[in-house]
Design a protein around this ligand. Structure first.
Ligand SMILES: NC(=O)C1=CN([C@@H]2O[C@H](COP(=O)(O)OP(=O)(O)OC[C@H]3O[C@@H](n4cnc5c(N)ncnc54)[C@H](OP(=O)(O)O)[C@@H]3O)[C@@H](O)[C@H]2O)[C@@H](O)CC1
Ligand SMILES: [K+]
Length: 514
């Protein structure tokens, strides 16, 4: 699914009105009706008081449509106009008149703190104060109103976006954003829903298709792509019936140091489980028995050093290399990295201590083969690109870094973001149970295993992050968040593949006959 900026959504709105030959008022009616249907389906006529707070722009207009439809269906509705500016939009005014006609009285006009109504914890609040047209941070009594609503325990439903949140620019005042329990967003989710500083305001959301012009949506380059099952299904490369282990490549995992051989074990297992034909693992001598015993399928090559990696020599041409998991920061290891980056001109997956070594020895950056994949967590990313002001500044910095060095950068987080030049892919699978030691080693193994099977680096990253997250979701389903260990994620890669390939059941349309 594509994520568009607010500017693009206004263009889509315009294109829709022109091409479908409808009025913008009709489009607002369509949007408001969708919200009404959502509420009506869940409330089934329940007499719970519904307080609708409408701004004076089109978001407020949506709120007025919802209010009118609810009133017409007999709900207990109180509509307020948050009179925060003199410039009422055309469609707001049209619907202001319509609701008056329906109810024979005007909505309650709010002009200051004195107008704040009493709301019970069992009531419902609909937030239609600001939408994507927010152009400055709410201040004064409007900010106080937002805080007043937040203090109330009533269920808060935000229309399009929680008021006070900018859809694709930095948060200025987290005290001035509606803390919505649920958001119903039109046509596409907004970028703010997925970034660490703002995602918590939108913990639950549904996307309502309001039928914006398909041609515009299809032909417009989005701000970002959201990756979930349908996208992952498109990326999957089916296994060739006549393939042999050579068809799926020979991956090399370079990982581990004394006390951290587990990182090598996890990455190797993940590379196998994701489908690499063969995996060789390069470890310091101390890792030999551990690897051979825990993963008999792997071939093991050892360094001349007992406890760390100092010189990576292998006598075959790997189809992909995953490097860095648990390797430590020994000087000899840094030299070994330099040398292998120069010797092997294929995309690498670069993780953990390899990233830290690069941050401390920036000359290594120039040696990394183009199209390699970097998998930093936030701390590693900061060491690589420096501090950032906010989430958007971070994305711009990573885009620049990715473009300059020709690398894929995976920013790990609750919503992992894959950056390749100007392109952003936001993953939707995964859960807090995956915040556990070794989860990153498993991801590096997964991406290395996909590269070795011929997925290109960007695809291997986007698909790999999705399937790793999905495996984590399946593990969560079996054991809850707390108990998930990295090994459980790897064990569930199989289930994640099966889940991906499962065809949706075709509904029986023959009059309910079985
Ligand atoms: N695009 C689509 O396809 C569709 C969009 N639709 C809906 O339209 C919504 C966008 O509507 P919108 O453009 O009228 O902007 P909106 O969010 O109502 O706010 C603008 C108003 O707020 C004011 N204002 C802003 N900041 C303020 C502040 N801090 N403090 C005080 N005032 C502030 C600003 O006033 P001004 O700056 O002029 O003084 C202006 O009057 C969108 O989210 C969706 O719900 C659907 O109906 C159909 C399809
Ligand atoms: K809103």
């Amino acid at each position: 699914m594509k994520i568009f900026s607010s500017e693009q959504l206004y263009e889509a709105d315009k294109a829709t009105v022109e091409r479908q030959e409808i009025t913008s008022e009709a489009l607002m009616e369509r949007a408001g009706t969708q919200i009404f249907n959502w509420l009506h389906q869940r409330m089934q006529g329940a007499p719970v008081p519904i307080h609708i707070f409408c701004g004076i722009g089109d978001n407020g207009g949506d709120g007025l449509v919802v209010g009118r439809l609810l009133i017409e269906h007999g709900y207990n509705v109180i509509v307020y106009v948050v009179n925060c500016s003199d410039k009422r939009s055309k469609n707001f005014l049209l619907n202001y008149g319509k609701i008056k006609n329906a109810t024979k009285k005007w909505p309650i006009l709010m002009k200051s703190e004195a107008d704040f109504p009493e709301i019970n914890n069992e009531d419902i609040i609909v937030d239609a104060i600001f939408g994507i047209g927010l152009n400055r941070c709410p201040v004064g009594w409007v900010k106080k109103l937002i805080q007043y609503l937040n203090e109330n325990k009533a269920f808060k439903l935000a229309i399009d976006i929680p008021s006070g949140l900018f859809s694709n620019s930095p948060l200025e005042d987290k005290e001035a954003v509606v803390n919505a329990n649920h958001t119903l967003t039109f046509q596409t989710p907004k970028l703010a829903f997925f970034l660490p500083e703002t995602a918590s305001f939108v913990s639950n959301f549904d996307v309502l298709d309001i039928g914006l012009d398909l041609e515009f949506l299809q032909n417009t380059e989005p701000l970002a792509q959201l990756i979930s099952k349908p996208e992952a299904q498109r990326f999957y490369k089916p296994r060739d019936k006549f393939g042999h282990k050579g068809t799926y490549g020979h991956a090399l995992i370079v990982a581990g140091s004394y006390g951290k051989i587990g990182a090598a074990v996890l990455s190797t297992a993940a590379a196998f489980r994701i489908g690499a034909g063969m995996v060789s693992t390069f470890v310091p001598k101390c890792g030999y028995n551990i690897l051979q015993t825990s993963i008999p399928e792997a071939m093991v090559i050892t360094d001349k050093e007992e406890a760390f990696i100092s010189d990576i020599t292998v006598d075959f041409e790997p189809s992909a290399i995953g490097i860095g998991m648990g390797i430590g920061k020994n000087k000899a290891t840094v030299e070994a990295l330099k040398s292998i980056f120069q010797k092997k001109n294929i995309p690498f997956v670069i993780d953990a201590d390899a990233l830290n070594n690069i941050s401390e020895n920036k000359e290594l950056l120039k040696l990394i083969p183009k199209n390699s994949v970097l998998t930093p967590h936030p701390g590693e990313l900061k060491r690589l690109i420096g501090e950032w002001k906010d989430d958007y500044d971070k994305l711009e910095k990573v885009k620049k870094f990715s473009g300059k060095h020709g690398l894929v950068v995976i920013i790990k987080g609750a919503y992992t973001i894959i950056v390749y030049g100007d392109k952003l892919y936001i993953n939707t699978s995964g859960n807090p149970g995956m915040a556990t030691a070794g989860s990153g080693d498993a991801l590096s193994g997964v991406i290395t295993g996909l590269l070795s099977q011929g997925y290109d680096p960007l695809l291997a990253s986007v698909f790999g992050v999705y399937i790793h997250g999905r495996a984590g979701d399946i593990a969560f389903g079996q054991m809850g968040y707390e108990a998930v260990m990295a090994g459980d994620i790897i064990d569930n890669l199989a289930e994640a593949y099966l889940d991906l390939l499962e065809q949706p059941e075709i509904e029986n349309e023959s009059n309910g006959e079985q």
